[in-house]
Design a protein around this ligand. Structure first.
Ligand SMILES: Cc1cc2nc3c(=O)[nH]c(=O)nc-3n(C[C@H](O)[C@H](O)[C@H](O)COP(=O)(O)O)c2cc1C
Length: 157
């Protein structure tokens, strides 16, 4: 199975999460590739396999700067993503109570609007919790990966 990690980050935390997941998961049978969102457009969804959006939140509940063009382009182009299966690992901070984890939420809502189907629940890391996001991701990821494999085996990825 192939898995593409799509990373939205401002100060590198989401990228670190993706690196840890890649280290934990990429074993030849599962091929994991990390893609920073900076230069992505809708053509990324033509890749084989499943997708995991790993993104933080900035500003007033915005996606990070490196994700903005990608997000806006998807919104404007509205590609048909009905063949896409994805998960979301969001990074945020509950101190921002009104906009907690809105980066992940925005991508989740947009991808669903475009017909993509989520695998599992959207995850929300809270930087104020003291739990390291990369540790949370690796622990959570086992269950998510099992669901992703089921989705891929069912031939819907
Ligand atoms: C200026 C600033 C604004 C932020 N705004 C939000 C926000 O609106 N909602 C939220 O949940 N987290 C917010 N955060 C927290 C970050 O999303 C969180 O610290 C995350 O782990 C950073 O990941 P990154 O290094 O990959 O960008 C903000 C952080 C900063 C520094």
């Amino acid at each position: 199975m192939k898995l593409s990690l799509l990373v939205g980050t401002m100060t590198g935390t989401a990228q670190l999460v993706a690196q840890e997941l890649e280290l934990a998961w990429d074993d030849g049978e599962l091929q994991v590739e990390t893609l920073l969102m900076d230069k992505l457009d809708e053509s990324v969804f033509a890749r084989d396999g499943v997708f995991l959006v790993v993104t933080s939140t900035y500003g007033q509940g915005d996606v990070p700067d490196n994700a903005k063009a990608f997000y806006e382009r998807l919104k404007a182009q509205r590609p048909d993503l009905s063949r896409v299966r994805y998960g979301v690992f969001g990074l945020g901070d509950r101190t921002y109570a009104e906009t907690f984890n809105f980066g992940g939420k925005r991508f989740d809502e947009l991808l669903a609007e475009l017909g993509a189907r989520r695998i599992g629940e959207r995850v929300q890391h809270d930087a104020s919790s003291g739990v390291l996001p990369e540790e949370m991701a690796v622990e959570w990821g086992e269950g998510w990966l099992a669901l992703a494999r089921e989705a891929a085996a069912a031939g819907v990825s």
